[in-house]
Write a protein that binds this ligand. Structure first.
Ligand code: F6P
Length: 392
């Protein structure tokens, strides 16, 4: 089976569902097919900085339960860039050489890095500096990594957001409310548009397409005039206020995170329409839990393909999903382009064609007369007609 290898694998950046399924596939292919040794590096590059390096040895037995486990058994971090690592005394230190030395101490032949764009950029820089054989696997609920149509974790996040919308419909209809669901996604609207369409939203706001409060309220008003007593709005966390300001929360350490645009919209909608509005911020629920079958499949296909790249000594490459196939692309290409929602994307056209308010790039299509409350249709009830104003 060729030359014996010892490979390391780490997960870096925010966790997501499907990471453990990916690790399991790597172990199965590397150990089961090639007879190599697989070491899991703990807490991303932190494990390589520690002395002795922090690792766990994988075998076919201890990777058995990983398929359905959320999170990452290896631990991860989305903080502490090793090139400017925050030290306890408040200074920043370049710890890249310590990580490279950790790789050498472990006598690794290759490192598999499972990460998003930020993590892969750091890992690639380390690999270049330390002559590390790096192979990458894309993961991120945001699905914003270049050169791949899908990343591990995205599908589960969309499923969770869609399920949240399914639940919100009933409460919205019962209380005649506007319900806003704020979803993650960083600077891209992939989760919002996918879950929004799948979950029957009436308006979907994504960072890629500008909107106005007036047009958003007009769209909700039109629904009301057609007899709907509620409305569902999905907003991506990086959508800005009408004035173009990002809405963030800052913690006591001064670190700021996206969050709060849902409440901003709620205040605007209720002020201009008098509607009763409630906000749900889905947050980290989108990252956790049991991976969807699609994320298990993707992680398995990526894990196997990553090991095969190593067998072919094709380093500095990332496995990628394109046209229903796993291919490989240079890591540099993947991190060079941030993948946002293309305004000409099929999903954008689909949402617009279905009368979902998606911002003001093009005039929103008219709401079809036949669009009724899911709840009322399910219950076989008449849809209450309102006189004027937004759904309340
Ligand atoms: O990149 C994944 C992600 O969940 C983003 O969607 C979100 O903006 C961010 O990470 C949250 O980061 P943290 O876990 O540090 O709060």
């Amino acid at each position: 089976m060729g030359e014996q290898k010892r490979i390391g694998i780490l997960t870096s950046g925010g966790d997501c569902a499907g990471l453990n399924a990916t690790i399991r596939a790597v172990a199965h292919r590397a150990i089961g097919t090639y007879g190599w040794e697989v070491l899991g590096v703990c807490r991303a590059t932190h494990g390589l900085m520690s002395r002795p390096p922090q690792v766990m040895q994988f075998d076919l037995k201890n990777t058995y339960p990983l398929l359905t486990m959320g999170g990452t058994i290896l631990g991860t971090t989305n903080k502490g860039n090793p090139f400017a690592f925050p030290m306890p005394d408040g200074t920043l230190r370049d710890r890249a050489e310590e990580i490279i030395e950790g790789y050498r101490i472990l006598n690794l032949d290759t490192l598999i890095g499972i990460g998003g764009d930020g993590s892969l950029a750091i890992l690639r820089k380390l690999a270049q500096q330390g002559n590390i054989n790096l192979v990458a696997i894309p993961k991120t609920i945001d699905n914003d990594l270049g050169s791949t149509e899908r990343s591990v974790g995205f599908d589960t996040a969309v499923n969770i957001a869609t399920e949240a919308l399914d639940r919100l419909h009933f409460t919205a209809a019962s209380h005649s409310r506007v319900m806003i669901l704020e979803v993650m996604g960083r600077d891209a609207g992939h989760i919002a548009i996918s879950a929004g369409i799948a979950g029957g939203a009436d308006a979907i706001l994504i960072p890629e397409i500008p909107y106005t409060i007036t047009n958003l309220c007009n769209a909700l008003n039109r629904l009301h005039e057609k007899g709907r007593n509620f409305a569902i709005v999905v907003v991506a966390e990086a959508v800005c206020t009408e004035k173009g300001e990002r809405v963030t929360q800052t913690d006591r350490l001064g670190q700021s995170r996206l969050g709060g645009i849902g409440q901003y919209l709620a205040d605007q909608i209720s002020t201009s329409s008098g509607a009763e509005v409630r906000v749900t911020v889905l947050g980290h629920v989108q990252r956790g839990g049991i991976p969807s079958p699609l994320d298990r499949l993707l992680g398995s296909a990526f894990g196997v393909a990553a090991v095969d790249l190593i067998a072919n000594e094709k380093y500095d490459h990332m496995v990628s999903w394109q046209n229903r196939q796993v291919v490989s692309v240079p890591i540099l290409d993947a991190i060079a382009q941030y993948r946002t929602v293309d305004p000409d994307d099929t999903l954008v056209k689909t949402a617009q064609a279905m009368g979902i308010y998606l911002g003001d790039r093009a005039d929103p299509a008219p709401i079809p007369h036949t669009l009724h409350s899911k709840l009322d249709l399910l219950a076989g009830r008449e849809i209450p007609q309102r006189q004027s104003g937004v759904v309340s």
